[in-house]
Write a protein that binds this ligand. Sequence first.
Ligand code: FAD
Length: 297
Amino acid sequence: MKHDAIIVGGGFAGLAAATYLARARRSVCIIDTGQPRNRFATASHGFLGFDGSRPQAILARARDQLSAYPGVSMIDAEAVAARSGEDGFSVSLSNGEEISARKAVLAFGLRDMLEPIPGLSERWGKTVLHCPYCHGFEFADRRLGVLYRTPMSAHQARLIAEWGPTTLYLNGAGLDPESAATLAEQGIKVEPGKVRRLVGEHEALSAIELEDGRTSPVEALYVAPQSCLSSPIAEQLGVVIDEGLMGPVIRTDADKMTNVPGLYAAGDIARAPHSVSWAVADGVTAGTSAHRALVFG
Ligand SMILES: Cc1cc2nc3c(=O)[nH]c(=O)nc-3n(C[C@H](O)[C@H](O)[C@H](O)COP(=O)(O)OP(=O)(O)OC[C@H]3O[C@@H](n4cnc5c(N)ncnc54)[C@H](O)[C@@H]3O)c2cc1C
């Protein structure tokens, strides 16, 4: 059966796009592997009405509500390949199925590539954090750290200092004199040593151990990891992808349409900065744009 739209990725952006297409009484098929980017966090913050809810609980509720609409199908599988043709798109799934539709929305999210420092990945989303707006309030006035990755890390440290006393861990990298002076002026400490490991009970963080054997007390560490697209199917479809500060960003117009006619991209893969609210807003734009394209061609 040919659907009106296929959504690849049933996270925040994908489910929002599907909801608007379903409410427009269109047939929509959502393909999802159930691995939202924020699954490592016990609570999601800042999304209106759901502040503090478990990320998977928000998505489960959205899936429940969406499944009540006629014309909606959800498949728990991975989209492994995709191609475009004259009358739409065809997506091959890991379960062997082949799904086709007139329009498609890519919403498969990003994967973070964390620094291979012992103790870091197991604290991701708990005490090793990516964003102070999402996870800053909970650590207010505690000892905060920023792990250097690029020259932008100095800028990140200045922002984090809004939430509490901050140390920038250079992890052996250099710092230009101008940034060093600005940080000093703002009372931000700079630790030049290489980081050996993160220490603390279970998921809590109490200190960073440096390679010279010293320890530096810290309760939350902010990192800005490099990310990559979760799936290669955007490349397979010939989509234009720009290189952003943290990783790839699919290029779209204001309607969230890519350079491939009838193909939309929404959420973290097609924007910066990233949040649940932005992803949902993008999904709404992509879903309503795809619907209007179905109506008006
Ligand atoms: C640790 C952490 C904590 C965060 N905390 C917050 C917070 O508190 N508040 C906030 O607003 N934002 C938070 N964010 C940001 C938030 O997670 C993202 O902005 C949001 O998840 C983006 O939504 P999305 O729909 O674009 O992608 P995702 O939510 O990542 O959804 C993508 C979906 O696509 C699926 N998928 C991937 N590849 C395929 C494929 N080939 N076939 C089928 N399905 C596929 C995935 O399994 C996933 O279900 C956090 C991020 C991280 C890393």
